[in-house]
Design a protein around this ligand. Structure first.
Ligand SMILES: [Zn+2]
Length: 168
């Protein structure tokens, strides 16, 4: 049973997920309005009611959306959706490839690092994609928190729920 609740910002962008208890507290405090109820029925002393599934803040909270996601291997793999940037293979044992090799001054950051399967990494070695005749399926980029959230949502299935509201 899904007992968590999606909290949207006042502009309907995704903010976070909270427990249904926290969501009800937010409703009672008149901080949020309920957009969708879940099928999870809560039995109280006085009556039974449905837990909120999606709520939106009444006020818009300006926050960290435009901030950059910090660099880490885990975050590069999440950005690239656990797929090799050269062959597109999905793998649990992906490594990080420096598009411009470190030996040539390539930096360890989101703009120069991609998820890469072992096979492609061995093939590319300390060369640029051009030298190795390999094609990057997608240019690496520095994600912001909001882009990252979107990617995470897509993989978590919450995305579909939000798409129902025309939010993404
Ligand atoms: Zn590959």
């Amino acid at each position: 049973m899904n007992t968590s609740c999606i909290v949207l910002n006042g502009d309907f962008s995704y903010l976070c997920t909270v427990s249904w208890k926290r969501a009800i507290n937010l409703v009672l405090a008149e901080k949020v309005k309920v957009l969708k109820y879940s099928n999870h029925v809560i039995n109280c002393v006085e009556k039974a009611f449905k837990a909120p599934a999606v709520v939106a803040l009444i006020k818009i909270v300006r926050m960290v959306y435009r901030h950059k996601v910090p660099y880490s291997k885990k975050n590069v793999l999440a950005r690239d959706q656990q797929k090799c940037a050269y062959c597109g293979a999905k793998s649990k044992t992906l490594t990080i490839d420096h598009v411009i090799p470190r030996s040539r001054g390539g930096k360890t950051d989101f703009d120069n690092c991609v998820a890469c399967c072992k096979k492609c990494n061995d093939l590319k070695a300390a060369r640029t994609p051009r030298e190795a005749s390999m094609i990057l399926l997608k240019r690496p980029f520095q994600p912001t928190i909001s882009e990252f959230m979107r990617l995470k949502l897509k993989s978590s299935g919450v995305y579909q729920c939000l798409a129902e509201f025309g939010l993404y």
